[in-house]
Ligand binder design. Structure first.
Ligand code: PMP
Length: 391
């Protein structure tokens, strides 16, 4: 008997290997160093904001403005002004989304037509590739090469054609851990302005920087604010992945388009955590930023212990510690002489009880030779990983 068939766009969309490794970690009772998911609560000042809203907040149960609660849009706007001197008008330029994930989807849907080419840097955050393809657009990959993963103007410009519509960027980068230099950002800006392209700048890790690095939003470069949609999220900024509160900020024209699609999809994320997010963002000062960075620097130091426990030489292991975000992007061939990342990752979960993500999910081909290890974990989890590796 014949049956109705699914939409064509679903056929190209792969199951997430990150989520699969996370599910396997649960079913095999392994340590989950796979998913970018903290195994701890947000910091105390965020939990205090939560308690304040819970006890004093009013009108917490009904949907607010679908663009986002006004308090939250104002808090996001003030965050960009405070940290980066950027002006986003809450009424016309800020949309609160169901995590940066929804922002990513809406922004691409608002910018891209079927048949358009979209520049995607490889290795890429897992969903970018399928997302672009699901819109009937063509991902054009700029393959960045280890160990520096640098963006070069000539290579970028050679990929741009009359069909190119947008550049998708993640900075600080998941999975490579790179934080782009001002020169690289200027290269991107020059290419975008010269070819009249949109830029989607996924900056969810903007605060997670190491060894005194600073962060420059792409939209802060001359001529970029009007052509850049920037994504942020409480998931990474304040370690609250379960709130599902993110945002997309950009020009009024783009925001208008994106809000129309947002109203058709989720029509708003939950009111309660939007209001907690507003309180927490307003409380986020440079002093707290330094505190958060110190906490993550310690986790990064423990990640080095994990690499050493794998038998990697210290000089080499140190070179794999990231500049930003909270992942180690480890070249298995270079460090351990291992060829097949899938086989290695499955052996690690089955015999040692540690789950990581095989790098193949961040590249186009079957294999990358890398694995991604997340260190947004309690010290005790990372220490247990060291213990298991030493057994
Ligand atoms: N962008 C990047 C680069 C990410 O790493 C993640 C989460 N892993 C997201 C977006 C999605 O974040 P959210 O939880 O806010 O949807």
């Amino acid at each position: 008997m014949s049956h109705p068939i699914l939409a064509q766009i679903t056929q190209g969309v792969q199951d997430s290997l990150i989520c699969e490794m996370s599910r396997l970690a649960v079913s095999k009772k392994a340590l989950n160093l796979a998913e970018g998911l903290p195994d701890y609560d947000p910091p105390s000042w965020v939990l205090e904001a939560y308690q304040r809203v819970l006890s004093e907040g009013k009108d917490l149960h009904q949907l607010r403005n679908t663009w986002g609660a006004v308090e939250t849009r104002e808090a996001v706007s003030s965050y960009y002004q405070r940290f980066y001197g950027l002006d986003y008008e809450p009424e016309t330029q800020v949309t609160i989304t169901c995590g940066a994930t929804e922002g990513l989807y809406l922004a691409l849907k608002a910018l891209i037509n079927a048949g358009d080419e979209v520049i995607v840097f490889e290795p890429f955050y897992e969903p970018y590739h399928d997302l672009v393809k699901s819109l009937g657009a063509i991902p054009v990959f700029y393959t960045l090469t280890a160990p520096d993963f640098q963006i070069e103007a000539d290579t970028l410009n050679a990929l741009i054609t009359p069909k190119t519509k947008a550049i998708v960027l993640n900075n600080p980068n998941n999975p490579t851990g790179r934080v782009l230099s001002k020169t690289e950002l200027q290269t991107l800006a020059d290419a975008a302005i010269h070819n009249n392209l949109w830029c989607l700048s996924d900056e969810v890790y903007d605060q997670l920087l190491y060894e005194g690095r600073t962060f420059t939003p792409l939209a802060s470069l001359a001529g970029m604010a009007e052509r850049t949609v920037t994504l942020g999220s409480c998931s990474k900024l304040i370690s609250a992945t379960g709130w599902r509160v993110g945002w997309a900020v950009g020009s009024p024209e783009l925001t208008h388009a994106l809000r129309g699609l947002h109203d058709l999809s989720t029509a708003g994320t939950n009111t309660f955590f939007q209001l907690v997010a507003a309180e927490a963002l307003n409380a986020y000062t440079p002093a707290l930023q330094a505190e958060v960075q110190a906490v993550y620097a310690e986790k990064r130091r423990l990640a080095l212990d994990v690499l050493l426990a794998m038998g990697i030489d210290e000089g080499k292991a140190r070179r794999y510690l990231p500049e930003g975000a909270y992942y180690v992007w480890l070249d298995l061939r270079d460090t351990l002489g291992v060829e097949d990342e899938l086989v290695w990752a499955m052996k690690l979960i089955n015999t040692v009880g540690i789950s990581v993500v095989p790098g193949c999910t961040f590249v186009q081909g079957e294999s990358s030779g890398f694995v991604r290890i997340c260190f947004a974990k309690e010290a005790s989890t990372l220490q247990e990983a060291v213990r298991r590796l030493g057994m």
